[in-house]
Ligand binder design. Sequence first.
Ligand code: ADP
Ligand code: FRU
Length: 303
Amino acid sequence: MSATGKQRKRVLMVGLLCQDILNLVHHYPAEDEDVRCVDQFWQKGGNAANSACVLSSLGESTEYLGAVSSRAEASSALQELRDFSVLTEHVVYSDCPIPTSCVIINMQTGSRTIVHGHRNMAELTAEDFSNLDLHQYKWIHFEGRNTAEVCKMMGIVEEYNNNVATPDDVIILSTECEKPKYKMGHLIPKVDVLFVSKEYAESCGFCNAEETVTKLLQRVKKGCTVLCAWGDQGADGITSGGTHYHCQAFAPEKVVDTLGAGDTFNASVIWGLCRGTGLEEALRLGCRIAGQKCGQVGYKNLH
Ligand code: ADP
Ligand code: FRU
């Protein structure tokens, strides 16, 4: 396939779409305090949904796939994805309440405290996934959750990749080890790009991003790139050949909202790698755009 043909293909982000209810406060409340917030609004949330919006804003043709509440209360989250020009035609509807996060954003520090309710929402199954025509995609990112089913979905992509006509048709697979409670061990050797969060790294006993990428490189498949974001310390990445890069964080004038900084980082790195930048430049894009996100509320106009 020509380079242009490949460019026309989509990136697919698979995972959660939820409702975030943001409360912007001047100071973090004490337990049992009765505070007034500076602002309060609804915003779509979920790692895959957030990353999809960022990728689409950056100009990448992007689709979101997940199990989505069919109830009226969920319509604004889905509409917000569409407002970011994210394609949603294959979402699987389920008659469950929409998972919801109540988020306190401390405007003094930008910290985000999340209380998430999954509310028994259904998860996407491998059977749902098997209905997709994989020819449309060049990259599929699976949020690190629902791992038994995701493992089967990755198996479907591996099978597809083993039978493509040309190497250009091969779909790149990525995932993020984010929350330690999801046992991700068997997904790690399946992907071409592995993102690891600070929380996950610490749960493995790693002390910094460099140690994380170096140690995890021993557990991935041949050719895999590993990245680890570490909040205001920036991020590290390592190529399959063992070349290590560090990029410092890009501090905005004022950090006001760090919700989804990691999702923004992942999307921006994927964007860079899709455009053929090397790892060093993709890492820089990830830190630059995630830094920009931390300096503003929400995800609009990231570039
Ligand atoms: P998560 O949202 O998953 O907790 P991180 O906090 O690790 O993700 O942040 C991801 C990336 O966002 C970091 O690598 C960094 O580039 C950027 N970032 C996070 N916090 C800050 C900050 N306070 N100032 C500037 N950049 C930040
Ligand atoms: C940010 C986020 C929020 C959501 C929460 C779910 O990374 O995706 O939008 O409420 O995490 O864990």
